[in-house]
Design a binder for this molecule. Structure first.
Ligand SMILES: C[S@@+](CC[C@H](N)C(=O)[O-])C[C@H]1O[C@@H](n2cnc3c(N)ncnc32)[C@H](O)[C@@H]1O
Length: 268
C-alpha cells in the first residue's frame, strides 16, 4: 500500500470511528483491507477507497471498520473488576430501589457482557432486582456473534464446569460441540451498535456501572476525553467506570475519582 493511500485510509477510519492508527500499522491495515477487497473482487486499494467513499448508504464503511477493528476478548478477562462488582451490587440494589443498569461499551463478541451477566446473576440471587445490561460495539460482525451467544470450546476459557452447567447449553456444531448462553441470561443483555467516538448517546436511564475496557487505547486524547465526559454524564452518583488494566484516565480532565488502578467512581 502506498504511503499516500494509507494516509487516506487513516483519515477515513479516524473520522468514522476515532481509531487513531499509528504510522507503523500500514502492513496491518493493508492485510485487513485486502481481505475485504478479495470478497468484493477488487484488486486495487485506490479502487476500494473510491468504492467506500461513493457508498452513500455508509454500509461499506461499516464493513471497513469491521475489517480494521481488533476484537480480542475473553470471558472473565481482567477478572478483578468482576470480583469488585460482585461485592458492590447487593448494596447498590438495596440503595437504588432494586433497579440496576450496566453498559458494556465495546462488547466485542459478547464475552464481557455475558461475564457481567453471570456475575450479576450470582451476586443478586434471591433478591428482587431488575437488572439489565446494554452491550454496544461499532462492529456489526461482532454484534451478530454476541447476540447469538454461541461459542466454540476454545473460547470457553475462564468458564468453570460449574458456570458452564448453569449458564450454557450445548448445541451441535457440525464438527464440534458448541455452547450457547442460556436464554434467561441472553434476555438480560441488549445489543446495539454505538460508535464511541460520536457522543452524545441517547440513554434514558442513569447507569450504575460502565465497562469501557481495551478500546480507549485506540483513540487519541481528544476522543478519549469526549468519551469519558459522556460516560460521566450518564453515570449515577456513586456509579463506577472500569477501563482496561493497561488503560488509565491520567491526563484527562475528568471529575471521576480513582478508586484503584483502572477503576473510577462518579462523585462520593
Ligand atoms: C479489544 S476489543 C475489547 C473488548 C472488551 N471490552 C474486552 O476488554 O475484552 C475492542 C472493541 O472495541 C470496538 N471498537 C473500536 N472502535 C470503536 C468505536 N469507535 N466505537 C465502539 N466500539 C469500538 C471494536 O470493534 C472491538 O470489538
Amino acid at each position: 500500500m502506498e504511503a499516500v493511500v494509507f494516509e487516506q485510509f487513516r483519515t477515513l477510519i479516524y473520522d468514522a470511528s476515532g481509531i487513531a492508527l499509528q504510522a507503523n500499522k500500514e502492513a496491518l491495515v493493508a492485510a485487513r483491507v485486502a481481505k475485504r477487497m478479495r470478497r468484493l473482487g477488487i484488486d486495487r486499494y485506490e479502487t476500494y477507497l473510491d468504492h467506500v467513499t461513493a457508498d452513500r448508504s455508509g454500509e461499506e464503511l461499516v464493513h471497513l471498520l469491521d475489517a480494521i477493528s481488533t476484537n480480542v476478548t475473553s470471558f472473565f478477562r481482567e477478572s478483578t473488576h468482576f470480583d469488585l462488582l460482585a461485592k458492590l451490587v447487593p448494596q447498590w440494589a438495596a440503595e437504588r430501589g432494586g433497579k440496576l443498569r450496566f453498559w458494556s461499551a465495546a462488547c466485542s463478541s459478547g464475552e464481557e457482557p455475558y461475564t457481567l451477566a453471570m456475575v450479576l446473576d450470582r451476586a443478586l440471587e434471591g433478591r428482587a432486582v431488575d437488572w439489565k445490561i446494554l452491550a454496544t460495539d461499532i462492529s456489526t460482525r461482532v454484534l451478530e456473534k454476541a447476540a447469538a451467544g454461541v461459542y466454540e470450546p476454545a473460547r470457553m476459557g475462564g468458564i468453570t464446569p460449574d458456570l458452564r452447567a448453569r449458564y450454557f447449553s450445548s448445541c451441535g456444531g457440525r464438527d464440534e460441540r458448541l455452547y450457547q448462553v442460556v436464554p434467561e441470561l441472553r434476555q438480560r443483555v441488549l445489543f446495539r451498535r454505538i460508535n464511541l467516538a460520536t457522543p452524545p448517546f441517547p440513554f434514558k436511564n442513569q447507569l450504575d456501572a460502565v465497562f469501557c475496557r481495551n478500546v480507549m487505547i485506540y483513540f487519541d486524547a481528544a476522543t478519549r476525553g469526549r468519551l469519558v465526559d459522556e460516560i460521566a454524564r450518564h453515570l449515577r452518583p456513586g456509579g463506577y467506570l472500569f477501563v482496561g488494566h493497561a488503560e488509565s484516565l491520567t491526563g484527562l480532565p475528568t471529575a471521576l475519582r480513582t478508586v484503584q488502578p483502572s477503576v473510577y467512581c462518579h462523585g462520593r
